[in-house]
Ligand binder design. Structure first.
Ligand SMILES: [Fe+2]
Length: 262
């Protein structure tokens, strides 16, 4: 099947580093699933600090190289680039200063994740401190945070301040429940989403799969923008190029939501 190749910038494919692939075999199955879905390039983004504090950029790059070689030996021609999912905590600016963060493929883009519960104090200030250091934060799966779902204005403000948002494909599919699914749809409608990624953890339960979410997004934002979210934008990010971002649309007032279909 000929078609545009997709880029997945959030996966846990590196074996043995975190709660992602448990073994090389599992990583190979994930690569196979990615290729089947039309994904030709993916970023390995382990929870580097939380799970493996000893792993630095050089160690990650070596692991990515080794994985690529093993995949190639199995005939799996998927490109893997290094990255990390950095915890969005108050010491993040200091970690940047100390050279302890790993950006996506060495670009200006830094994938960051919120703690599982609660928002860090001074969230906006931390993200501002990241940006003044020349990096562009990409917030992973905001739709999965109960606190952000309760405060959509904060999410909109973050985007207006220059934070990019990555929605997780499985959220759009409804695999994390109605809350994340509904909020992901709302963020798409308001043009607050810049990338859809898989956040894949294994070959079957949470696989690297983007096309189902792309089809769902296409019904909300149209096929062209949906393609940008799974192919063009993530590729430009991994190539360290600027994004062409559409300005957010105004949030619809309740009576419009009531009068018009989702
Ligand atoms: Fe993740």
């Amino acid at each position: 099947m000929e078609g545009p190749t997709l880029t997945d910038l959030h996966t846990h494919i590196l074996p043995g580093l975190d709660d992602g692939a448990a073994s090389l075999d599992e990583a190979a199955d994930m690569a196979g699933a990615a290729l089947e879905d039309g994904i030709s390039r993916l970023a390995a983004t382990p929870h580097s600090l939380r799970w493996a504090p000893g792993v630095d950029r050089a160690a990650l790059e070596a692991k990515v190289q080794a994985l690529m070689q093993s995949l190639a030996a199995r005939g799996l021609g998927v490109a893997v680039v290094p990255g990390a999912e950095m915890a969005l905590i108050s010491s993040l600016p200091q970690q940047i200063d100390a050279g302890e963060v790993v950006t996506l493929n060495g670009s200006r883009y830094l994938l960051v994740e919120l703690p599982l519960t609660g928002l860090p104090p001074r969230l906006e200030d931390i993200l501002f401190q990241v940006r003044v250091r020349g990096l562009v934060p990409i917030l992973a799966h905001p739709e999965r945070s109960t606190d952000l779902r309760r405060d959509p204005r904060l999410v909109r403000r973050l985007v207006q301040q220059g934070v990019l948002l990555q929605v997780t494909a499985a959220s759009l599919e409804g695999r994390f429940g109605a809350g994340p699914q509904g909020f992901a749809g709302r963020l798409l409608r308001e043009r607050l989403v810049h990338v859809i990624a898989s956040d894949a953890h294994d070959p079957r339960g949470r696989p690297p799969r983007l096309t189902r979410a792309q089809a769902i997004a296409a019904r909300i934002v149209g096929p062209e923008e949906a393609l940008a979210l799974v192919a063009i934008n993530p590729a430009r990010i991994l190539d360290d190029l600027p994004l062409e971002v559409e300005p957010p649309r105004p949030a619809r007032r309740w009576f419009w939501r009531w009068l018009t279909p989702a």
